[in-house]
Design a protein around this ligand. Sequence first.
Ligand SMILES: O=C(CO)[C@H](O)[C@H](O)COP(=O)(O)O
Length: 226
Amino acid sequence: MGYPPPMDQNALKKQVGEAALKYVRDGMMLGVGTGSTVNFFIEALAASRIQLKGAVSSSEASSQRLRAAKIEVLELNDATTCDVYIDGADEVDRGLRMIKGGGAALTREKIVAAASRQFVCIADGSKLVDVLGKFPLPVEVIPMARSYVAREIVTLTGGQPEYRIGVKTDNGNVILDVHGLSITDPVKLETDLNQITGVVTNGIFARRPADVLLLGTPDGVKTSKA
Ligand SMILES: O=C(CO)[C@H](O)[C@H](O)COP(=O)(O)O
């Protein structure tokens, strides 16, 4: 005894979920992402006294949690822009570029991130990588184009696309997870994948990286800025 037990991944997610409150103020229009780290953020927000103008959500799942916390959820078309967007990541590099979409919400996440003035990424320390790509890259695809897009992805990247069976996105589409990538030029691959007909979008967030990264570590929250 004498040493505190190591913090588990959920404790680190909770830590950064709570730390993200520092970026949220009364009267803001808030963009809210998707996933277990964001769920901790929503819990912290619900327990706070912050009075938002409203929230724009990146998924039906987050909208439900926000409404349960009595936070008004608006359509992006009505909100126009968000002051801050808070979201997690599956991988993040030191340039604050990310892979996202493990929860299949990548397209709406990318849209809300694009329409937000500031993007604060919250992640536990295991998500930090030198090179993106160990986490299979999610690509949202129009269902009828699935096989065609998979073949094009093999030709373009040399990676192995795998159909995420049983998953339908909030937009009614399917997900291909691309294994075996080492993404040394994330902006180029993000752009090139989106040129394949039938791709809705892919989970590389490099053209619009995060502005701030809050990384949960056993030594506390580490903040990096772009
Ligand atoms: O991109 C996402 C959902 O599409 C999530 O941000 C990502 O999967 C991280 O999830 P978690 O916070 O549960 O680790």
